[in-house]
Design a protein around this ligand. Structure first.
Ligand code: ZN
Length: 136
């Protein structure tokens, strides 16, 4: 991949990372306020729901942050934009739509097809087991 393109993606990722870390700080600051305010019983239920929602959001952001960090590392290694399976360059249009993509379209499709097959195989097997248990 061209250095210029790498730079462009690096900027995107750095911006995303900053944004996630900033959100994360707000979430955590809010948490500490919440935990000091435990005396109001009525508010507590609402606070707990709110907290678990925030936690979930936070986890999702953390997962994405990890992907962003990995992508930044790949930019430094200059392996960014190469498919992890076939090592071909990932289509630039695909990367623009999904900068954290690590597989090219055909490998991604292949993988999804395998996942469907394993899921179907597993289901079939467990179905067979319960079937044989029932009629054994
Ligand atoms: Zn590939």
């Amino acid at each position: 991949m061209k250095k210029e393109t790498l730079k462009k993606f690096k900027k995107i990722f750095e911006k995303q990372r900053k944004c996630i870390l900033f959100n994360d700080k707000i979430i955590r600051d809010d948490f500490s306020v919440c935990s000091d305010d435990r005396y109001d019983e009525i508010d507590q239920a609402a606070t707990e729901i709110e907290q678990s929602m925030r936690m979930r959001l936070c986890n999702r952001e953390m997962l994405y942050l990890k992907k962003v960090e990995e992508a930044l590392k790949r930019i430094d290694d200059e392996t960014f934009g190469n498919c992890e399976i076939c090592e071909e360059e990932i289509e630039i249009r695909r990367l623009e739509a999904r900068p954290t993509a690590t597989f090219c379209v055909s490998c991604k499709e292949e993988q999804e097809r395998k996942e469907v097959l394993t899921a179907a195989g597993r289901q079939h097997k467990s179905l067979g087991e319960s079937f044989s248990r029932k009629y054994a």
